[in-house]
Write a protein that binds this ligand. Structure first.
Ligand SMILES: [Zn+2]
Length: 512
């Protein structure tokens, strides 16, 4: 998955502060909340405005750990106006005099543990919240943010991650999408569960992650409220909304889980190809479970976005969203394989820092090679050979390091294609028996957590009993075209695998 302005966002710096609105006097706290349990040992200090990510240092915030988001919204497709309330349940990890959430829409009010709190805007996406009294380490933090805005017109450095379309909208983007629809601690290291409900005019559908805890409920004014629930912890950018005209098709997967597929009614002649691809989701997930370990989430499915939506696809938790471009030349199961592989590599096991993006894209791309092998459409070795030969030695492609591509190249071709090549070289180095033990061991060890490339290398070395430093250094961290291992010596003119065209077509939209 990709977005356009990663580099621009990465270059952002915090600028002017907004007006601080102080809490109204005389408002009572909820019983047991907001009151120090013991005398503070030190003076409470502000939570950090960022988590110090190598590429996006101001993403996320320090001083607390979120457990759950309750996102309750109202949306008007005719005007793109979004309003509502998000309740953030968190635990303070330090004595806090104030703390930040990441958010871009206009805020009306903030309450902390029942008390009206002061708030101010700083920089592009920081909401600075000052509770009327400090919050102590270990204390629960209930933050209620009331807000409204037009997300498609709310630009951060000229960009919005919210996609308005003719019949509704899509909140789908990476690395950041939450800024435009719910306040959050926006970094993959702070995972949480979430509930989302959206009121829309009756006749409009709302699709999101996980399961529907209740059927759509009629509301006054000819409106309907849709509810979705994610019960496994996820990263903030994994939450999504697809609002518009959708055909929703439900089924049961081989493992008994609900399958919810949704198809925009705007797809026209592309609709059959979208259905023929996305309807293989349960089959793909079943096969991937055999290779990667138990499926980590509570539901499955996919969303075929509208014809006027975005050009990419994203591995939104339990239910990827696909742009219409993937179906322009007919069905393409490879993008379904890619996005669902991310449910393990990216969603359940998320990057500890965005520089480790290879742990997402290299693995999801290699899953396509494994699927090709399984389907008899070309082995991973044949795909390695053809991919390697397709990039001349002097190509810029070889100058991007998949293991540390830089903030502007998080979704570069090399992260995907050289990333998949790196995994194939690892497989050759350790042998199939060890390789196919390493993959499920990784997803088990870091389930619902985070990982680094160094941790993955250490695990691979532990399981294989080999020193793999040369493989990782050569394929992930050295500029220039490496010589493949002797076992993978490339033919002068390798034959084109049957799966090549479909994989290429998908990657033209997934990476750049
Ligand atoms: Zn991907």
């Amino acid at each position: 998955m990709r977005r356009a302005l990663t580099a621009a966002i990465a270059a952002l710096t915090v600028t002017t502060a907004g007006t601080v609105v102080t809490g109204a006097p005389g408002q009572a706290a909820l019983p047991g909340w907001g009151r120090p349990k013991k005398p503070a040992a030190a003076t409470p200090t502000p939570g950090s405005p960022g988590l110090g990510d190598s590429y996006f240092p101001d993403y996320g915030n320090g001083g607390y750990d979120v457990g759950h988001y309750d996102i309750r919204l109202r949306y008007e497709p005719a005007t793109d106006r979004l309003s509502g309330t998000t309740t953030v349940l968190a635990t303070a990890t330090q004595d806090l005099s104030r703390f930040n959430l990441d958010f871009a829409l206009d805020v009306e009010s903030v309450r902390v543990n029942g008390w009206s709190a002061g708030f101010a805007r700083e920089g592009a996406h920081e909401l600075v919240i000052t509770p009327p009294r400090p919050v102590l380490k270990g204390q629960q933090l209930t933050v209620v943010v009331k807000y409204a805005g037009v997300p498609s017109e709310t630009l951060v450095q000229g960009y919005t991650g919210w996609t308005r379309v003719a019949d509704g909208a899509l909140a789908v983007n990476e690395p950041e999408s939450a800024w435009w629809w719910y306040p959050s601690n926006d970094h993959p290291t702070d995972k949480a569960t979430w509930d989302v409900s959206v009121s829309v005019p009756t006749g409009v559908e709302v699709v999101s992650n996980g399961v529907q805890p209740r059927a759509p409920l009629p509301e006054a004014g000819n409106r309907t409220r849709w509810s979705w629930r994610s019960v496994k912890p996820g990263a903030t950018y994994q939450a999504f909304l697809a609002i518009g005209q959708y055909d929703i098709v439900t089924d049961t997967a081989p493992n008994g889980q609900p399958v919810v597929n949704a198809y925009s009614t705007t797809l026209g002649e592309r609709a059959p190809a979208a259905r023929a691809s996305i309807e293989r989701t349960a089959e793909v997930v079943d096969w991937e479970s055999g290779v990667f370990g138990p499926y980590p989430f509570e539901a499955q499915g996919g969303v075929a976005g509208p014809i006027d939506g975005f050009g990419f696809a994203l591995e939104t938790q339990s239910r990827p969203v696909y742009g219409p471009g993937f179906w322009r030349r007919g069905s393409n199961p490879y993008v379904v394989v890619h996005e669902n592989a991310h449910q393990w590599f990216g969603d359940s096991v998320s990057v500890a820092d965005w520089r480790h993006i290879w742990l997402n894209e290299g693995f999801a791309s290699y899953a396509e090679w494994l699927w090709s092998e399984e389907q008899g459409e070309g082995t991973a070795q044949e795909l390695f050979d053809f991919t390697y030969a397709s990039y001349p030695a002097d190509s810029e492609f070889w100058q991007v390091l998949p293991g540390d591509p830089g903030a502007g190249d998080v979704f570069a071709d090399a992260v995907y294609d050289r990333g998949a090549m790196a995994l194939h070289q690892l497989r050759l180095a350790v042998g199939d028996e060890a390789f196919f033990r390493i993959l499920p061991a990784w997803t088990a060890e870091h389930r619902y957590g985070n990982g680094t490339i160094a941790q993955f290398q250490a695990l691979a070395e532990r399981i294989s009993g080999r020193d793999l430093d040369a493989v990782f250094t050569t394929w992930l961290f050295t500029a220039g075209r490496p010589e493949p291992a002797a076992a993978a010596r490339v033919a002068v003119a390798p034959a084109q695998p049957k799966s090549w065209t479909a994989i290429r077509a998908a990657h033209q939209l997934l990476d750049r």
